[in-house]
Design a protein around this ligand. Structure first.
Ligand SMILES: *Cc1c(COP(=O)(O)O)cnc(C)c1O
Length: 385
């Protein structure tokens, strides 16, 4: 058994990031300034995005995205049940109703059939999540959006570098929100961005910067002026140059991070593929996953222990794990407000009971991965029926 506890996804931050932060502290603009502008330009190029605004979180991006799309009280937004709470919380923030629907059994991304069944005259937006880095079924979702006159807003928190049928997530004209939270594939500690059509992204930028028109936030250079006007009561969601400094370095390292993630995934795949007690994550043939998470599902009928006991067994073997996610419709707030039962989204509810996120990050050594494989195999061997 390994001596040191293996965390499931710590950030990969090095000397280059630290140097860039120290450099920023020596400039007169530590908050939103030239490094944020440079980070936005670098993101736009990397994501092949029509336009980008950097924000202080993905949650902020989803929130200003909904405001920019004019979503408010009386409206409905279709959200997959299998996601982080932020995806639904932002819908509540604008006074609309999140309609929590089921996911596909293979990828756990938003089910187009479930969306089709959930559309009402009040539906305004379809909000897919590229769960674990695997793209959602965008063609089918686009067709539904077109048929019913709906907007699409992508929760791309997991999906930097992911591709749908060859096309990068974030490169489309509809809005997509990315996260640079500490656990994500690229981090600025806290941070995010919103991509999409330039006019919509500019609107989102104003909403996320106090509703100030003109480039009042660009006052760090000579082209800025002291004058601005507030055109709506916006939010304070700007990214700082301290964070952008980290992001600029992380973007340069992203290709290497992603290559390592794919190596780890391949090692898990070959280490587990003969185990009938495990259902392994898939990458469908039209998809290029960013492999944010490696989520196995236990075939609990083949085991004498449940998911929680399996997690305890891994912890006893110094392997850290997590669960992504308790479905949103099972959280007390959503359950009680809208009267959801677990079986309203049976795929998400059943997957939740069986899922474990194994360690996946760019800093894992082959030895770390082999320790995880050995611990999982040991538990399966001990507890198979
Ligand atoms: C992390 C995450 C978010 C929120 O990202 P923040 O940058 O922390 O606001 C939203 N949706 C999903 C699916 C996430 O995993």
């Amino acid at each position: 058994m390994r001596d040191a506890f293996l965390a499931y996804n710590p950030p990969t931050i090095g000397d280059a990031e630290r140097a860039e932060v120290m450099d920023t502290l020596q400039t007169p603009w530590v908050t939103t300034g030239p490094k944020t502008v440079a980070f936005e330009a670098a993101l736009k190029a990397r994501l092949e995005a029509p336009a980008v605004v950097a924000l202080n979180s993905c949650t902020a991006g989803l929130h200003v995205g909904l405001v920019a799309l004019g979503v408010g009280p009386g409206d409905e937004v279709i959200v997959p049940a299998m996601t982080f709470c932020a995806t639904a919380n932002v819908v509540e923030h604008v006074g609309a109703k999140p309609v929590l629907v089921d996911v596909c059994p293979d990828t756990l991304t938003l089910s187009p059939e479930a969306v089709a069944a959930a559309v009402t005259p009040r539906t305004k937006v379809i909000l897919p999540v590229h769960y674990a880095g695997h793209p959602a079924q965008m063609d089918e979702l686009d067709a539904l959006a077109e048929r019913h006159g709906l907007a699409v807003l992508e929760d791309a928190a997991h999906a930097i570098t992911a591709r749908y049928k060859g096309r990068l997530i974030g490169s489309r004209s509809n809005l997509a929100a990315f996260s640079f939270y500490a656990t994500k594939n690229l981090t600025t500690v806290e941070g995010g961005c919103l991509t999409g059509d330039p006019a919509l992204v500019e609107k989102a930028r104003i909403i996320g910067h106090h509703g100030m028109n003109r480039d009042a936030w660009k006052r760090f250079d000579r082209s800025g002026t002291w004058y601005y006007e507030v055109v709506l009561p916006g939010f304070k969601y700007n990214l700082t140059d301290m964070q952008a400094a980290i992001g600029l370095v992380q973007l340069k390292r992203l290709a290497a991070f992603q290559a390592r993630r794919r190596e780890v995934v391949a090692r898990y795949e070959s280490g587990f593929k003969d185990l009938a007690a495990l259902e392994l994550p898939v990458e469908l043939e039209w998809a290029h996953s960013s492999w944010h998470l490696y989520v196995i599902r236990l075939r609990t009928e083949a085991l004498r222990i449940d998911r929680n006991a399996f997690i305890d067994g891994l912890k006893d073997r110094n392997i850290g794990t997590s669960v992504h996610y308790l479905p949103v419709h099972m959280h007390p707030f959503y359950r009680d407000k809208y009267g959801y039962r677990p079986e309203d989204n049976p795929v998400a509810a059943a997957a939740y009971e069986r899922m474990i996120s194994l360690p996946l990050h760019a800093g894992l050594s082959d030895g770390d991965v082999d320790d995880v494989i050995a611990a999982v195999r040991d538990l399966v061997a001990l507890h198979s029926v």
